[in-house]
Design a protein around this ligand. Structure first.
Ligand code: TXA
Ligand code: MG
Length: 325
């Protein structure tokens, strides 16, 4: 069983950073979802991430840093448009895929010649990262802190539920309350002439285009020569609760229901969330799917939010959740 910290003082963050340097795992909040962190230069520590998550080891990890000044050491090259994106949207819910340097080893990149980098926008995450850099750390590798294929955790309690049985007593879980965004970061492949969104998130295609004045390519998980880029979230059976997820159909009595507040709950249906906005929908989505599982519901009906913005990311995750069985 890991240690659980709910009041993260500067001292607690410094000692968590020290634990990371010693090879422990530290789960921490970000604005998107909670991450399971390890020193991104420590092969043994990173191997434990895969063990604890039950994730295949050829799936690459995102390296988190506190500031742009820590970016150069991780990458071999960066196009102008990616610099513009980084300046505009970091810290924030955006991961850039860039050509890797020698520091980004195969155990981080899944053997690819690229590395995913992000500066998260969460004070606790940034405090941990700053403390970690102060100790000479280059970056914290962190996938979402869930078992492979499951719903990402947006609270520390959800991390404990997901991973408590797999973490050891040297590992830590930092509690920073509920994640503000609720769905994982936008992943943008910046290794080609133009950027390409691999996973939609809170930073949308339109937002990216408004900054770089070039077209952003459509969401796709295959590269130009047709080989599959390993974005684990792009597997269809992902982001799924235990309950069966059915989209955009009238819920039957005894099942769970997630929809915007304005949509009424049919008789006998268990309302799991009634968000007032699409942003709130994203924030509550994973917790409400978990609530359905806690109540052992066999089926959760979800009325998808329409339109652009973060609704695109919500529908992306829901499509995968609904295809999982
Ligand atoms: O919001 C987030 O991105 C969260 C927080 C903790 O930062 N992290 C997260 O990590 O969602 P993870 O590992 O659950 O999902 C990251 C995705 C994976 O699908 C992985 O395959 C992809 O990013 N990825 C990482 N590095 C990559 C690379 N070099 N090329 C292509 N995809 C990459
Ligand atoms: Mg994940």
């Amino acid at each position: 069983m890991s240690q659980f910290f709910s009041n993260c003082s500067v001292n607690a963050l410094a000692s968590a950073a020290q634990s990371l340097r010693e090879g422990s795992l530290v789960a921490f909040p970000t604005e998107t979802v909670y991450g399971l962190g390890a020193d991104a230069t420590n092969a043994q520590a990173v191997a434990r991430i895969y063990e604890v998550k039950g994730r295949p080891s050829d799936h690459p990890l995102i390296v988190h840093i506190a500031d742009l000044k820590y970016l150069d050491q991780w990458i071999a090259d960066i196009p102008e448009y990616a610099i513009a994106l980084a300046r505009e949207f970091w810290p924030g819910p955006m991961t850039l895929i860039l050509k890797r340097s020698d520091l980004a080893k195969d155990f981080i990149t899944g053997g690819q010649n690229t590395v995913g980098i992000r500066i998260p926008d969460n004070s606790l995450a940034l405090g941990l990262l700053e403390a970690f850099h102060k100790l000479g750390g280059a970056g914290i590798a962190a996938p979402s802190a869930n078992r492979f294929g499951q719903v990402s955790p947006t609270t520390a309690k959800a991390v404990q539920e997901e991973l408590g049985d797999y973490l050891s007593e040297v590992d830590l879980v930092l509690d920073g309350g509920q994640s503000a965004v609720g769905v994982e970061s936008t992943i943008i492949d910046c290794t080609g002439e133009i950027p390409r969104i691999l996973r939609p998130g809170a930073i949308t295609e339109a937002m990216a285009e408004s900054v770089i004045k070039v077209k952003v390519a459509e969401n796709s998980s295959t590269d130009s020569i047709g080989s599959v880029i390993r974005v684990s979230g792009s597997l269809k059976n992902h982001y799924a609760p235990k309950a069966k997820v059915i989209l955009d159909q009238t819920p039957i009595a005894g099942s769970g229901f997630i929809a915007l507040e304005k949509i009424p709950t049919p008789a006998g249906v268990i309302r799991l969330a009634a968000p007032r906005s699409v942003d709130e929908f994203a924030r509550l989505l994973y917790e409400s799917m978990r609530a359905g599982d806690h109540q052992n519901l066999a089926t959760i009906y979800i009325e998808q939010p329409k339109g652009e913005g973060i609704a695109v990311a919500i529908r992306d995750r829901l499509l995968k959740a609904s295809k999982s069985r």
